[in-house]
Design a protein around this ligand. Structure first.
Ligand code: AMP
Length: 191
């Protein structure tokens, strides 16, 4: 699940995971847990996350590798991959464990709406990276490092783009519908 900060990728990954009985893996949540535990990894990444920068590919790839190697169920990744290096590593890891990527879903929201949503979330989320300076940085990181992946996955024929300007329910229905149509053309159907 792809999307800029505030686009709702976490919300939609969660809904989709429940509907399709997938394991929802948010690399942001995993990293925040490490920060809360004050583990060595948490100490290493806290300042980076607070600044709104991306954590190193090495750290994130290692975390994801552990999950893919242990988890046999279907997985929906939320916020991973975020760089071309991560995307290439994911492809290698999936091949290594005999798995494949079925779809890459991008929830698309225009910038003005994103800023509005992030402001709203900042009021209730209690996240240390939901403040004005950090948000600008995170949007920039997304634009420079993550957006090029859309082109990468478009070329692989995996990208499903969803106009996510509407309500959560509307967007969620669109996602299911788009996945269904896409699977049908591949001769499959949703459970
Ligand atoms: P998120 O909850 O997905 O918005 O992620 C919050 C923060 O966690 C990001 O701003 C990054 O600092 C870090 N993070 C999460 N996923 C990744 C990733 N795939 N690569 C690098 N940093 C990540």
């Amino acid at each position: 699940m792809f999307g800029a900060p505030g686009a709702g990728k976490g919300t939609h990954a969660n809904i989709l995971a429940k509907k399709l009985k997938l394991i929802h893996i948010s690399t942001g949540d995993l990293l925040r847990k490490e920060v809360d535990k004050n583990s060595d990894l948490g100490k290493q990444v806290k300042e980076i996350m607070d600044r709104g920068e991306l954590v190193s590919d090495k750290i994130v790839n290692h975390m994801v590798r552990e999950i893919i190697s242990e988890e046999k169920c279907g997985i929906i990744f939320d916020g991973f991959p975020r760089t071309l290096i991560q995307a290439k590593k994911l492809k290698m890891m999936m091949a290594e464990f005999g798995r494949k990527i079925d779809a890459v879903i991008s929830v698309d929201v225009p910038i003005e709406e994103l800023l509005h949503r992030i402001e709203e979330r900042a009021r209730i989320s209690n996240r240390s990276d939901d403040n004005e300076a950090t948000i600008k940085y995170r949007l920039n990181e997304y634009r420079i490092k993550t957006m090029p992946l859309l082109d990468y996955y478009e070329k692989s024929g995996l990208l499903l783009r969803i106009d996510a300007r509407g309500s959560i329910d509307e967007t969620s229905a669109k996602i299911i519908d788009t996945i269904n149509k896409n699977l049908k053309t591949n001769g499959m159907s949703l459970p």
